[in-house]
Design a protein around this ligand. Structure first.
Ligand code: PLP
Length: 486
């Protein structure tokens, strides 16, 4: 036991014992414990807070006590994203190799602002992003770096798009300028809210975002995009960028990139591709054609923490012209000047200075599974989604609410009356989530409440989806018969 009154870190033997205990716990958790836990935490807001002391301990405690509390108090208040029945939002995986890499990077505690402050973190980031570029079939001109989330990556990409206008905004700002027309970004009515947030941060405002209507399959209508750009030009505004999505959040629809690319070329607009979710599927050879056109983007974001089995957080932003990022963001105070001749100092590529060693987990996951192994897992998820969709389509009393290009199934239990139908589906989702075996989230499509089954966790197997489909049928049957819990 370490002497808590001294000045140092944990006693090495106590650290070793705690790490061994944590390692055993993690291995047990991932290989079964997570599946036997209820996927949704069985707590109400405030329960955990009430169960923990409101004041910090005056004296240090032993690691055994902390690990006991972790198991008894913290873990029960966790919603288990690693559960095979997690189908909400987009299902993700903290896979074994990624967990090991996270532990090692925590031990190194590198802050890779500069090459000098993190040579391995910097070079591995450049290298693994280039591996990912090759895996996705993107051109050699794309250079990638890692951010925390797609929200940050899209913000950085749109800042580069703004810099490409050569309007001296970095120095003069954009507010109150007679010589600068309002800037406009175009995206579909299905695009993620992170695009609006980027517009808010960049000073375009939400009025600077045109939400282009999508077609019956929830893909941006390229004709309406061209019309909106022409209308803005005629009104004296400055179209700046288009954000196309390959794998939208509600339905996983893929915008028609070839037509969008044509408009961007003709109108000289920056094209940012939001492949945060769907981009991982581009590593599967037979799925790649669905993404044709993404190689013409000026920037593209893909989140390995969504569907490439890398633990949260890890978002890769590719840009065609990295110098634009530097023009937008590089700012080197005296204390960070270095003359080591390195090509890359990661702090130059975005708004944040410090960054952690995220490349290690991407590198370990790619090496542990191999490109073929990753593609096999993603292909399997798509197969499971197609199988579930086929069951739903064939069953009376249910309808698919959107096509299934990837591994997300949107569906509804049907009823004659649409208000009643919404109520039925809301209750169906609540009942499914109350079983502890599943967690589904919803969206609204064509005004109707719609359930989403996102398949993407590495532990989800065919038997889990068979259980889900059977439970959906039993539960909606009981609700329709009026026997369901009220
Ligand atoms: N883009 C798409 C298509 C998404 O589905 C999401 C989140 O699910 C995001 C962007 C934002 O992702 P992040 O949480 O990494 O910011």
């Amino acid at each position: 036991m370490a002497d808590r009154t001294d000045f140092g870190d944990l006693d090495p033997e106590e650290l070793r014992a705690a790490l061994h205990r944590a390692a055993d716990h993690i291995a047990d958790y991932l290989s079964g414990g997570v599946e036997s836990s209820p996927v949704l935490a069985q707590v109400e807001p405030g329960d955990l807070t009430a169960a923990l002391p409101s004041r910090p301990p005056e004296q240090g405690e032993g690691m055994d006590a902390l690990l006991d509390d972790y198991r008894c108090r913290i873990e029960p208040a966790v919603t288990h994203w690693n559960h095979p029945g997690f189908h909400a939002y987009f299902a993700i995986s903290g896979s074994g190799p990624g967990v090991v890499a996270e532990a090692l990077s925590a031990a190194l505690n590198v802050n890779a602002m500069l090459w000098r402050s993190g040579p391995a973190a910097t070079e591995l980031e450049v290298l693994t992003c280039d591996w990912l570029r090759q895996m996705m079939g993107l051109p050699e001109t794309f250079r990638g770096h890692i951010n925390d989330t797609a929200s940050s990556s899209t913000l950085v990409a749109l800042a580069a798009a703004r810099e490409s206008l050569d309007a001296d905004i970095r120095r003069r700002g954009a507010a109150g300028r007679d010589d600068l027309a309002p800037l406009v970004v175009y995206t579909s009515d299905q695009a993620h809210s992170s695009i609006d947030k980027a517009a808010i941060v960049l000073g375009l405002g939400t009025e600077g975002v045109r939400r282009i209507p999508s077609d019956a399959a929830f893909r941006m209508d390229p004709g309406l995009l061209a019309e909106a750009v022409a209308a803005d030009r005629a009104a004296g505004r400055t179209p700046m960028a288009v954000v196309a999505t390959t794998g939208t959040t509600s339905t996983s629809s893929i915008d028609p990139l070839p037509e969008i690319v044509e408009t961007c070329r003709r109108e000289q607009l920056w094209l940012h591709v939001d492949a945060a979710y769907g981009g991982a599927a581009a590593i599967v050879p037979e799925l790649r054609p669905a993404f044709a056109g993404m190689e013409h983007g000026d920037s593209l974001v893909v989140n390995p923490h969504k569907w490439l089995f890398v633990p949260v957080d890890c978002s890769v932003l590719f840009v065609r012209d990295e110098d634009l990022l530097k023009r937008a963001f590089s700012l080197v105070p005296e204390y960070l000047k270095s003359d080591d001749g390195a090509d890359t100092n990661l702090m130059d590529l975005g708004f944040q200075l410090g960054r952690r060693f995220r490349a290690l987990k991407l590198w370990m996951v790619i090496r542990a599974f191999g490109v073929e192994g990753l593609a096999r897992r993603i292909r399997h998820h798509c197969e499971l989604a197609r199988e579930l969709a086929a069951e739903i389509e064939a069953a009376p009393g249910y309808e698919l609410a959107a096509p299934v290009p990837l591994a997300l199934v949107c569906f509804r239990a049907t009823a004659d009356d649409l208000v009643e139908q919404d109520r039925l589906n809301e209750r169906l989702m609540a009942e499914l989530n109350a079983t502890g075996r599943f967690f589904l989230s919803h969206t609204r499509l064509d005004g109707r409440f719609t359930l989403r089954v996102a398949i993407g966790n590495i532990r989800t197997e065919r038997r889990h989806l068979a259980d889900l489909w059977q439970t959906i049928q039993q539960t909606s049957g009981a609700l329709r018969a009026g026997n369901g819990p009220h």
